[in-house]
Design a protein around this ligand. Structure first.
Ligand code: GDP
Ligand code: MG
Length: 685
């Protein structure tokens, strides 16, 4: 099978193109021995399928970062059959810096000029014919996002099968003579990729200089030229000189340099020094308002989120009453009935009924991310965090944390500094993840029906606030060190594609359904058993204090009593919910579904026979507003789930820091919940 590698700058659209080409065949792994993602998949639309490899995004093929080393080793040593060099056409000159290096190899290359939709919208144009001629390789205008011209690109890739003459950027430059002599020397001595090696030697590239084949020619090389530290700058000069004199003329900008694009104009407001942060807060509040409010825009109607949540309760209600009547007809014994209706239906159904609202939040967040806005938020955050000795760079993996802690912890790999990376991993769980959202939705409906939007917004805010305070504190005490400079290309604003958004939602939904059918189902069954049998394995009244669960959880409720939600005879149930939440946060609501339903007298909820409504009503009776906030805060800040712990263990590669992080999560969760409950009580809430 033909092997094709994708090479390009970060943010040039590599992942978007990769997904478009490989669809569901993509597999994510690691490059051997390092923690950098390796993605591989198959392009099936060509006559013979092609194997596509997504190389790490790099600005250059120098040997300084892990990503660069991986990308160049792959290109030079593995020798793919062809390379697609994806280039952000809106930043052509800067992207061509990498291109000039890739073209110094003899591997066949096709250049994909990506983001042409934006170029055209700006009424700019690029003379691709001239570019092809100067670079000596095919150039195709594409839009990865809109899937435009992809087949044409792949057709050319399919034809690019013979080795190329390497690009020569040295004509009329200071280094021309040495370059030519080095190329001759390497060619005669059979050094692999002679042109690439020559230019890297001139760049004083440590890695190439230590190649056996190059070391063997040390004396001859020294006769040709002496490379010093300054050579790096000299070579950069040669490269940019070539781009400037040969390639710049292929770009036709419709606007005069310095004139503002629409994107610039939008940014004047959205990233304004004073307005940036308040605007972000307002946007976020609006999202929660649309998702959770019972009084949408003050119109006295349900918000879209509450409305669709109501709609999904209907089929869930049908299913549960269907199950009940089947059990009745079969004459099921009372414990089978209890296990299925009070255990499984109440537990799993409780989680499922909040999914629409959670998907809606994700829809909004994905929209903000895809439109390019979230990159601006990172920039705004950087301005604030820098004052406290932190970089906004950490904000990007943290953003992933709003979805799921596991990829967020892995995402911290992109940070250069070891200390900054560890600190970021520690902060990840403070970004309220998707699995926690059902808890907020449940409490919003039960305890704060009139201020559901404000409450959910507040919870997310508490997380961010604790993260910032922790960062400041730990930076002083534990993770002292340099702050990474924040350089990030701001993508141009654009309307996200619905298909991409829906695909992401579908991924999320699948995740929920799988977990509802596995972890949640299993834990509800176990909980039901532990809650309905006593230590001598006799059935007792459902979830009474003598049940196994009641006895064990009762023994440790004292730890949580100061936090306000664990007192009283039912206090241990909240403790069980907290404990199952340490395993998986979805399990909090399902645990409460199993333990709290049917707890109040039947008459009170007569007519309310569906599981969610009765759970909501019970929670409303059991938790004071302050106890509810304290309970939510503990869930928000403590260990996110066992999957995150396992990921942290793998990524941290520092046993002491790993345990410190786990301990920090638990202790801080306790302290903040304690403060909220007790200060709130003192203030008379
Ligand atoms: P990577 O870092 O190279 O993997 O880049 P991504 O694939 O993550 O893309 C970076 C950003 O550019 C994302 O917000 C994409 O939606 C956007 N993007 C990618 N391709 C195009 C395109 O052809 N046109 C536009 N307008 N945006 C694009
Ligand atoms: Mg990517």
């Amino acid at each position: 099978m033909m092997k094709v590698a994708l090479v390009g700058n970060p943010n040039s659209g590599k992942t978007t193109l990769f997904n478009e080409l490989t669809g569901s065949t993509a597999k994510v792994g690691n490059w051997a021995g390092v923690t950098v993602d390796k993605k591989e998949g198959t392009y099936k639309k060509a006559k013979t399928p092609m194997d596509i490899i997504d190389l790490p995004g790099v600005y250059s093929l120098s040997p300084y970062t892990l990503e660069e080393v991986i990308a160049r080793d792959y290109i030079v040593n593995e020798e793919p059959d062809a390379i697609i060099n994806i280039v952000d056409a809106t930043n052509l000159e800067r992207n061509l810096y990498l291109t000039t290096q890739v073209l110094e190899t003899d591997v066949p290359v096709v250049i994909a000029l990506n983001m042409m939709d934006v170029v055209k919208k700006n009424k700019d144009s690029i003379d691709t014919k001239a570019l092809e001629q100067k670079l000596g390789v095919p150039v195709v205008e594409i839009s990865a996002l809109r899937a435009e011209n992809i087949e044409r690109l792949m057709e050319l890739v399919g034809k690019a099968t013979t080795k190329r003459q390497p690009l020569d950027i040295f004509k009329d430059s200071k280094l021309e003579t040495s370059y030519r002599q080095l190329v001759d020397l390497f060619t005669t001595n059979g050094v692999k990729q002679a042109a690439f090696t020559a230019s890297k030697v001139l760049e004083n590239d440590e890695k190439v200089l230590s190649f056996e084949s190059v070391v063997a020619l040390k004396d001859q090389i020294e006769q040709i030229t002496t490379v010093t530290e300054d050579n790096e700058a000299l070579m950069a000069d040669v490269r940019y000189g070539f781009i400037d004199s040969e390639l710049s003329s292929t770009i036709k900008k419709s606007r005069i340099l310095g004139e503002m694009t629409t994107s610039d104009k939008i940014d004047k407001i959205l990233t304004n020094r004073l307005l940036g942060l308040p605007i972000f807060a307002i946007i976020m509040f609006f999202i929660f308002h649309c998702t959770f409010s019972e009084n949408f825009l003050g119109l006295g109607i349900a918000s879209p989120g509450v409305y669709i949540q109501g709609l999904t309760e209907i089929p869930i209600g049908w299913i549960s009453s269907g199950i009940e009547s089947i059990l009745d007809t079969l004459g099921a014994s009372s414990w089978v009935y209890g296990l299925i209706v009070d255990g499984i239906v109440a537990g799993v159904g409780g989680v499922l009924s909040f999914i629409p609202q959670i998907l809606l939040i994700f829809f909004f967040l994905s929209f903000l991310e895809d439109s390019g806005y979230m990159a601006r938020v990172a920039f705004i955050m950087d301005r604030i965090l820098r004052r406290f000795g932190l970089s906004g760079k950490a904000f990007l993996p943290l953003l992933t944390g709003f979805g799921c802690s596991v990829p967020a912890i892995m995402g911290a790999r992109t940070l250069e500094g070891e200390k900054e990376r560890k600190l970021t991993m520690l902060l990840v769980p403070y970004m309220s993840c998707g699995a926690k959202a059902p808890i907020w939705a449940l409490f919003a409906a039960a305890v704060f029906p009139n201020h559901a939007d404000l409450m959910t917004f507040g919870i997310y805010f508490i997380g961010i606030f604790v993260a910032i305070l922790s960062a400041i504190l730990l930076k002083q005490l534990v993770f002292k060190g340099e702050v990474t400079p924040f350089v990030m290309e701001m993508p141009t604003y654009h309307w996200p594609r619905l298909k991409n958004l829906l695909l992401r939602l579908w991924d999320k939904l699948k995740g929920y359904l799988v977990r509802a059918g596995t972890v949640i189902l299993a834990s509800t069954i176990v909980l039901w058993f532990l809650g309905n049998f006593n230590l001598s394995l006799q059935m007792v009244e459902a979830n009474s204090n003598d049940s196994i669960l009641g006895v064990f959880a009762g023994a440790i409720t004292f730890i949580f009593e100061p936090l306000g939600f664990a007192s009283g005879s039912a206090g241990w149930k909240a403790v069980v919910a907290i404990l199952t939440g340490l395993i998986a946060k979805e399990a909090v609501v399902s645990t409460m579904g199993v333990l709290y339903t049917g707890m109040e007298s039947e008459e009170e909820f007569l007519g309310d026979d569906d599981a969610t409504a009765s759970l909501v009503a019970t929670i409303a009776h059991t938790f004071s507003p302050l106890a509810a906030i304290s309970f939510m805060t503990f869930n928000l800040l403590s260990i996110p789930c066992m999957a995150a712990v396992a990921t942290l263990r793998a990524e941290m590669n520092d046993r002491k820091m790993f345990w410190f992080t786990i301990g920090y999560w638990i202790v801080i969760a306790w302290i903040v919940s304690f403060l909220i409950y007790n200060v709130g009580t003192l203030l008379g809430f």
